[in-house]
Design a protein around this ligand. Structure first.
Ligand code: DQA
Length: 147
């Protein structure tokens, strides 16, 4: 099972960027935690500050992998193109935000991505990525779901 984590602009600064909001762990360190937590999953990590590079990456992996965990950073609130890319690919995408965007400035309350997402996890810190991966795994198991 293959899952891609895709981080957008400024998320390369995790660990030193506004630690009171985003915490003090780098994503590279946290990615190792995820790799250990999900030994059966082929996990990949991609980060870019460029909208075009994020689009190209979604196009490349979004027809073959079992899921994508996307934190598009500020592009969440501005990018019609990323929303269109999510609509165009076939792999399910879970939108994640480390901070609770609804507690923050009004411009962070709207997402161009949410309508195309399989689900959204907001405000649970880095643990949101772990929960998203767990959900994508559950979506792929044959076991009957509890309703
Ligand atoms: C963020 C929230 C966005 O509003 C912000 O621009 C980010 C990070 C989050 O993970 O909380 O860069 O996506």
């Amino acid at each position: 099972m293959e899952i891609h984590i895709v981080n957008g602009p400024n998320l390369n600064l995790l660990g030193k960027r506004e630690p009171h909001i985003y915490g003090s762990q780098t994503f590279e360190d946290y990615f190792q935690v995820l790799v250990k937590a999900f030994p059966k999953v082929q996990l990949h990590y991609f980060q870019s500050n460029s909208e075009g590079a994020l689009l190209d990456y979604l196009h490349k992996v979004g027809f073959s992998c079992e899921g994508i965990v996307l934190n598009a950073g500020a592009y969440t609130h501005s990018s019609v193109a990323l929303g269109d890319a999510m609509a165009g690919i076939t792999s399910p995408v879970i939108e994640v935000h480390i901070s609770n965007v609804h507690k923050r400035e009004a411009f962070r309350h709207h997402s161009y991505l949410s309508a195309q997402a399989a689900g959204i996890i907001v405000g649970l810190g880095l643990n949101g990525y772990k929960l998203a991966i767990q959900h994508l795994m559950d979506m792929n198991t044959e076991e009957p779901k509890v309703v």
